[in-house]
Design a protein around this ligand. Structure first.
Ligand SMILES: [Zn+2]
Length: 253
């Protein structure tokens, strides 16, 4: 059986979990934060392998799952959590069951991005979790929320308080979480160190530009993103300002 999840202790009370055998376009980060009162899990991975099978401790303290947005690589494991929160603007997409497939071209078609998706591989995994695993049977069922967010809520875990930030653009209901005391931002797909995706049917470039301008000025120490490595404030500013340049309306460029 393949060891599916990679766990790394980032700092005291914070674990990053990722799926190294998933193709990079669907290889997202799960952030597990431990408070003195309760735990918070930011995003839930693809759901190819149940978290409870390899990381059962993540479910031990009845954590709140916060979904940064309604995309398969963040939502697949949501059904394992009893308490599920996300922004109301992504709630309908979650309730329908988000588009999902482990076949690259098929996923691109379901996401509505056939043009870029032509280059996706036929299998978005480089190993199977076990020899009998059927990637064709992969899918994500409807996710109903037990808590609907609108932005500006505070989530108190005991010893750490996080503020929900509504950062639309990638999807209408994208959220990030800011721990003001430590200057830590959990950014989902609003910003990561890479090419920001704003051309999905549910994306909104004008909203994304407002989000990028807001994030560029945010005073943070470290960003823990939805994909890839963590980075500091300077890189946050570079990535968001690069996005603002590339997305500038042509008639004003
Ligand atoms: Zn996404």
């Amino acid at each position: 059986m393949t060891h599916w999840y990679e766990q790394r202790d980032v700092e005291d009370g914070l674990v990053r979990i990722s799926e190294p055998h998933a193709h990079e376009i669907v290889r997202a980060n799960v952030w597990w934060l431990r408070g003195s009162e309760r735990d918070l899990v930011v995003d839930a991975g693809l759901g190819v392998v149940p978290l409870r099978r390899e990381v059962p401790e993540i479910l031990a303290r009845d954590p709140l799952l916060l979904l940064t947005h309604a995309h398969l690589d963040h939502v697949g494991g949501a059904h394992e959590f009893a308490e599920r929160a996300a922004h109301g603007a992504d709630a309908a997409a979650l309730a329908r069951g988000v588009p999902a497939s482990l076949d690259g071209p098929e996923l691109a078609e379901r996401l509505g991005t056939e043009d870029v998706g032509a280059s996706f591989p036929d299998l978005l995994l480089d190993a199977l979790p076990d020899p009998g695993y059927d990637p064709g049977g992969y899918g994500i069922g409807p996710v109903t929320l037990t808590r609907t967010l609108s932005g500006d809520e505070r989530i108190d875990l005991g010893g750490r308080v996080l503020t929900v930030l509504h950062v639309p653009g990638h999807t209408p209901g994208s959220v990030a979480l800011l721990e003001e005391r430590t200057g830590v931002l959990y950014s989902g797909d609003a910003v990561y160190d890479g090419y920001l995706i704003d051309d999905l049917p549910e994306s909104d470039v004008a909203a994304y530009r407002r989000t990028a301008a807001f994030l560029a000025d945010l005073d943070v120490r470290v960003v823990h993103p939805g994909h890839g490595r963590s980075f500091g404030r300077d890189r946050l500013r570079e990535v968001t300002e690069r996005y603002l340049r590339r997305s500038a309306p042509a008639d004003r460029a």
